[in-house]
Design a protein around this ligand. Structure first.
Ligand code: SAH
Length: 224
């Protein structure tokens, strides 16, 4: 069977279906996420495939879970909130900083035209690339590198999402955002991070809003 965009979950083999559905209802819909495309993507993405095998039983718990190398797969609700705030559309080119497991990239791949994702830890970049390919998310490109530099060869991007927290939104990334674009990022020092949404208007003017407090892995290394 040819796989495009994302794989079909086979109901006969999908042991996690009840847990996944309960997660979407209790953690996501019950907390006010309404974007139907975001909900559909969460319902059709096997989060268990992005977990360490020994932690699969935690796949649909209401928490972030370590995936090795100091990284975590984000709490499903926070991922859903950030994805909704990003307002991706089917024609968008999206840049993600902090590939981690690749789960956020898999969700974005169903909501955008093309996803570019950068991971600083080589082992995580390799593993995420393998997982995404194996599951058939063909419109995602994973690259090992430092997210502070962004991806100049592919810029500008309609949407940029950071899933590791810088102390301030990097100027390089703002420069790689299209006019009319949006950037969503956890920003600030450990224990004092805010989820911010930066929008760039048609004239290139930036407007920043804070959505809520969050706790993310710090982006490293901070530029000198
Ligand atoms: N989006 C991920 C969660 C990632 S956790 C998921 O869905 O699973 C944050 C990730 O950012 C970690 O994997 C960490 O290694 C990575 N990271 C930290 N600093 C980075 C940087 N400067 N550039 C790119 N990735 C970085």
């Amino acid at each position: 069977m040819a796989k495009t965009g994302h794989p079909a979950l086979d109901p006969a083999q999908d042991a996690y279906a009840p847990a996944r559905e309960a997660m979407v209802r209790r953690q996501i819909e019950a907390r006010g996420i309404r974007n139907p495309d975001v909900l559909r993507a969460l319902r059709s993405t096997p989060r268990e495939e992005f977990m360490l095998s020994e932690d699969r039983f935690l796949s649909y718990e209401d928490q972030a879970t370590p995936i090795g190398y100091g990284a975590t797969i984000s709490q499903p609700y926070i991922l859903a909130l950030m994805t909704e705030l990003l307002e991706p559309s089917k024609t968008d080119r999206v840049l993600e900083i902090g590939t981690g497991s690749g789960y956020q990239a898999a969700i974005l791949s169903q909501l955008a035209a093309k996803v570019y994702t950068i991971e600083i830890v080589p082992e995580l970049a390799d593993l995420a690339r393998d997982t995404l390919l194996r599951l058939g998310y063909t419109n995602v490109t994973v690259r090992q590198g430092d997210g502070f530099a962004g991806w100049p060869e592919e810029a500008p991007f309609d949407r940029i999402i950071l899933t590791a927290a810088p102390v301030e939104v990097p100027e390089t990334l703002l420069a790689q955002l299209s006019n009319g674009g949006r950037l969503v990022a956890p920003v600030g020092p450990i224990l004092d991070q805010q989820l911010v949404v930066v929008s760039k208007n048609a004239a290139g003017r930036l407007d920043t809003e804070s959505a809520c407090g969050v706790a993310f892995v710090a982006m490293r290394p901070e530029p000198k």
